[in-house]
Design a protein around this ligand. Structure first.
Ligand code: PLP
Length: 448
């Protein structure tokens, strides 16, 4: 019989996260203070993040223990299945072996709970009572809502106005987990009130929501801020994806020739590929392919420079690939892939030519997602469709190449069905971000 699912027992779940920082050739550049443009120490960041997470953000230790309280909650859905996509392979007529790691089985339906649970734990341990955050498509908000409830913390979510109106089910999910959620811009912060006055009826943006959540945390003693991607500590928590995958492949004597994932802020992909990185550095033949939308081509067409994480220029400056902090994402449906920047870790691995970045168009992604649903039986999130599309490109380049492909299935799309509806109705179009717009947005990068 063909073995489709490769499962781990609960006691085989990794008990340490892997920190890639010490293994990145030539390292990564430190975050800079947005005012002084000097390297930023932990003191200033401590206003919005707990020390436990700041230590991880700057850690040079390769392995960090996963606290038992976090492991216990991980066990609700972890270890996640690694699945051989036999039916997809057959539909493609390829000799390639395609494996996917299913992170869609988590409580909120994506990989984001791997970090939200850890973040809630370290905040709780340091006496924080309440977390504030922003959410675009709603996936991070739901993940944090679940995790804060588990640790008895309050949670305030600033959700970009347009998603708040278009994705009512994400809102209900967050309410179910007990979070307080408001459309951004909101009357609850000074920055939100100013935007509402200057731009009544605005659809909002992730940048505005970040600014509101940061203001909330900075102005209340009981509250800290939580970010769902980009930062080093988030990627540390996501390393459990790759660590489990490696164990699962070893169980059947397999090893990937290529590891694929979609890149928004970079967390699910880095979490998948970094545990395989040292093998490559030691000479093993393995490729890493990171996929982004052609409409938000941060890694393939952006510049590598210091930039702000938000439009209000409040965040530290990060050295990363960026389309410029005032990049306006077009309304494509992969909401989680519309960030102007990219995690410094993924950026440095692209700089070192260890990750090959590629971009794909949204129509071919939805087509890939539909084929995946019809063959494997799971409807993927629009972000995840990008990884599937890239896996199909690899598997069909030479149908006789028996290579082993591993990709991260970052989340299911059951709360994104309205995007599929638009796709079937022919309302979605391909869009290449214009070169002039990239040139204009990257002209306003901070001068260092
Ligand atoms: C948020 C999200 C992404 C993109 O974020 P990364 O930090 O790049 O992982 C991808 N897929 C899903 C399902 C998401 O929810």
């Amino acid at each position: 019989m063909k073995q489709k699912k490769i499962l781990l027992d609960e006691n085989e779940m990794p008990t340490q996260w892997y920190n890639v920082m010490p293994d990145i050739p030539n390292g990564i550049d430190p975050p800079l203070d947005p005012e002084t443009k000097q390297p930023m120490g932990p003191e200033k960041l401590a206003a919005v993040f707990p020390m436990g997470l700041l230590e991880q953000e700057m850690s040079d230790k390769s392995w960090i223990d996963i606290p038992e309280e976090v492991q216990e909650i991980y066990h609700i859905w972890r270890p996640t299945p690694l699945v051989r996509a036999y039916a997809l392979e057959a539909a493609l007529g390829t000799k390639a072996k395609i494996y996917y790691k299913n992170e869609g089985v988590s409580p909120s339906g994506s990989h984001k709970t791997n970090s939200s649970v850890a973040q809630a734990y370290y905040n709780k341990r340091e006496g924080v009572k309440r977390l504030s955050t922003e959410t675009g498509a709603g996936q991070w908000g739901s993940a944090l809502a679940f995790a804060t409830h588990k640790f008895g913390l309050e949670c305030k979510v600033y959700m970009v106005r347009v998603s708040f109106d278009q994705k009512p089910y994400r809102k209900i999910m967050m309410n179910t987990f007990g979070a307080d959620i408001v459309a951004s811009p909101s009357p609850d912060t000074a920055f939100g009130r100013k935007i509402l006055e200057d731009m009544p009826g605005t659809a909002g943006s992730l940048g505005i929501a970040i600014s509101e959540a940061l203001e909330d945390a900075a102005t209340r003693d009981d509250t800290k801020y939580a970010l769902g991607s980009v930062l080093n500590h988030v990627i540390l928590h996501q390393s459990i994806i790759g660590l489990e995958s490696k164990k699962q492949m070893a169980k059947i004597g397999a090893y990937p020739d290529v590891v694929i994932g979609c890149c928004g802020g970079g967390s699910n992909y880095a979490g998948m590929m970094t545990p395989f990185l040292t093998d490559k550095l030691e000479g093993k033949k393995i490729r890493f392919v990171g996929v982004e939308p052609a409409s938000c081509p941060t890694l393939t067409r952006g510049v590598y420079a210091y930039d702000y994480g938000d439009v209000a220029r409040q965040t530290p400056l990060l050295y990363m690939y960026t389309l410029g902090h005032d990049f306006i994402p077009p309304g494509i449906h992969a909401g989680g892939l519309r960030y102007h920047g990219m995690s410094p870790i993924v950026s440095a691995l692209v700089r070192e030519k260890l990750i090959e970045p590629i971009s794909v168009h949204q129509l071919e992604c939805f087509e890939a997602g539909r084929l995946f649903a019809q063959t494997e039986g799971i409807i993927p999130a629009p972000e995840t469709c990008h990884a599937i599309r890239a896996a199909i490109i690899e598997a069909t380049r030479d149908l006789n190449d028996p290579q082993t492909i591993l990709f991260n299935f970052s989340g299911h799309g059951l709360l994104d069905l309205s995007s599929y509806e638009k796709y079937y109705a022919g309302e979605l179009h391909n869009y290449d971000y214009p070169a002039e717009a990239i040139a204009a947005a990257t002209k306003n990068l901070p001068k260092i």
